[in-house]
Design a protein around this ligand. Structure first.
Ligand code: ADP
Ligand code: MG
Length: 503
């Protein structure tokens, strides 16, 4: 359900010579299923293996080989569908999509055109400025990935690596609900986040294991509302599809560029030809790759080697019962249980591992303080070392100790930074550090008072000035902190100095 406390984000408009244009975007995201074996063979899906070492006979398209469905891949697709609040189809079927390509030895891709395993769902896309949009999912189907042609290893020959051939992909198709480049990127970020929470796709875009085909069209203000009212795609402009985008930055640049290209053509009296285009980040332009094929060009037909896929509701229910807490729910819980701001809760739940680490820090200490320390100190320090929380040199339990030490006034926030640095770099226990290094905060007012008196007695000129200008009291605070090695309780110091200067 769309949280109605959000305003609808603004639609991106681009001003043309003849007036304003609006953007309409629909995404087809290919997410590699994180199972160990391929969709129809037992070959491994391991990334970066020796070329052609993970290839079963069926993947190589050997005559007479028969595909056998991997139940785990089906379970992952169902889990994904449930995570996207989608309808699960108990009856689905596989079709052959016929085309020739050197990295597709079968001569066809096994996909699900007519009866996908997952139907309509939705993803809440927050824009970070208090606005959000519910992007509807049209379908998710299972299909095989292709292999990889390698053209740059030899001047005269091309090579082919079939390791990826037959690896399971989920194609997640959105409705054309996305209305701007930033929103498109935010949608992919959210989708990737959910998939990683579910554990159904690693979402590693650099390795190509999550990639998006981006469909873009432009229309006049008002046209989209007519489309929404009638469901008639004819109200929208002709779309072009930009293939295989694997970076959030490029997705945005490509959409913006493609929309401007289309606007220029239409305003010049031309027509948009529906086609598949490629984005070239070096030149920041899209180029035509091929004219758009229609479904009939592929001679789709039900794959005779595979039975229709029938699954049972009870099995789906078991998968549903085992779903983890998902990002929206986790964020809401962090806000209500720990009193975190929307922003902090978003940062901490952006990645499932970070969220788990934070919760372990917060356990038995203070949620808000823990959030501060995880976001500002830990993430900052890890970033400097180019590390993730999974290889943090300081454990969640130890960071939790530091937060608890601050909370109980044992150490000041300033000293805590030194304790953190020692614990982080020397693999030591914070409580032990504070004891061994004598870093405990001085809260004993007698000791603080002695230090204050000493500074006041030694600096009569400063005292006279501060009596006239209370802002100068800060200088005394600094001196006392220095004299106590930063260990005096700052609140107590401030109070005592104010008292003494008022005398
Ligand atoms: P195809 O199989 O030809 O790629 P699909 O029905 O799978 O067509 O749709 C591809 C994507 O294009 C979907 O995400 C859909 O929302 C999007 N789309 C459809 N029409 C438009 C349009 N006019 N402008 C932008 N995106 C569109
Ligand atoms: Mg498509």
């Amino acid at each position: 359900m769309l949280d109605l406390s959000y305003d609808t984000p603004k639609v991106k408009t681009i001003a043309g010579v003849t007036g304003d244009w609006e953007l309409v975007i629909g995404l087809e995201v290919h997410a590699q299923v994180a199972t160990k074996a391929k969709l129809f063979s037992g070959a491994s899906t391991q990334f970066g293996a020796e070329p052609n070492s993970n290839v079963a006979f069926v993947d190589a398209g050997m005559p007479g080989m028969l595909p056998v469905i991997n139940e785990e891949c089906v379970a992952y697709a169902v889990r994904t569908g449930l995570g996207l609040k989608a309808q699960i189809n108990l009856n689905s079927a596989f079709d052959r999509k016929n085309y020739f390509y050197p990295d597709l030895p079968q001569g066809y891709q096994i996909s699900q055109l007519y009866h996908p395993i997952v139907g309509t769902g939705e993803v809440l896309v927050e824009m970070g400025n208090g606005t959000a949009r519910n992007v509807r999912i049209e379908r998710i189907h299972l299909e095989q990935d292709a292999g990889k042609s390698i053209h740059d290893m030899d001047p005269t020959m091309s090579f082919v690596d079939l390791n990826r051939t037959g690896v399971a992909l989920m194609e997640i198709v959105s409705f054309p609900d996305i209305r701007g480049p930033e929103e498109a990127a935010a949608y992919v970020v959210k989708l990737r986040q959910i998939l990683r929470y579910l554990g159904t796709c690693d979402g590693n875009m650099q390795n190509g294991n999550l990639r998006a085909d981006v469909n873009v069209s432009v229309c006049r203000p008002g046209d989209y509302e007519k489309f929404q009212a009638t469901g008639d795609f004819g109200e929208l402009g002709t779309r072009c599809e930009i293939k295989n985008m694997n970076s959030m930055r490029f997705i945005q640049a490509a959409i913006d560029h493609e929309a401007r290209r289309q606007i220029a053509i239409i305003e010049d009296g031309g027509k948009i030809v529906q086609e598949t285009r490629l984005y070239d980040p070096d030149k920041d332009e899209t180029r035509s790759m091929r004219s758009k094929e229609e479904a009939h060009d592929y001679r789709y037909f039900p794959d005779p080697d595979l039975l229709p896929l029938e699954i049972e509701q009870a099995w789906v229910d078991d998968i549903a019962a085992a779903l983890p807490e998902l990002p929206d729910a986790k964020k809401a819980r962090f806000m209500s249980d720990f009193g975190l701001s929307d922003y902090d809760a978003s940062v901490l739940t952006a990645d499932v591992e970070n969220a788990g680490f934070f919760e372990a820090v917060a356990e038995g200490s203070d949620g808000k303080l823990a959030a501060n320390w995880v976001i500002n100190e830990l993430f900052g320090r890890l970033k400097k070392d180019d590390k993730g929380v999974e290889d943090s040199p300081i454990s969640a339990a130890r960071l939790g100790q530091i937060v608890a030490l601050i909370k109980s006034d044992k150490i000041s926030g300033k000293i805590a930074k030194d304790v953190f640095e020692i614990a982080y770099t020397q693999d030591r226990d914070p409580t032990e550090i504070v004891q061994t290094e004598g870093m405990e905060q001085v809260t004993d007012t007698g000791a603080i008072e002695a230090a204050v008196d000493e500074i006041i007695a030694a600096n009569p000129d400063q005292v006279a000035k501060a009596k006239e200008n209370p802002k100068l009291a800060g200088w005394f605070v600094g001196q006392v902190m220095k004299a106590t090695g930063g260990k005096a309780n700052p609140a107590a110091v401030n109070k005592l100095i104010a008292q003494k200067l008022a005398q």
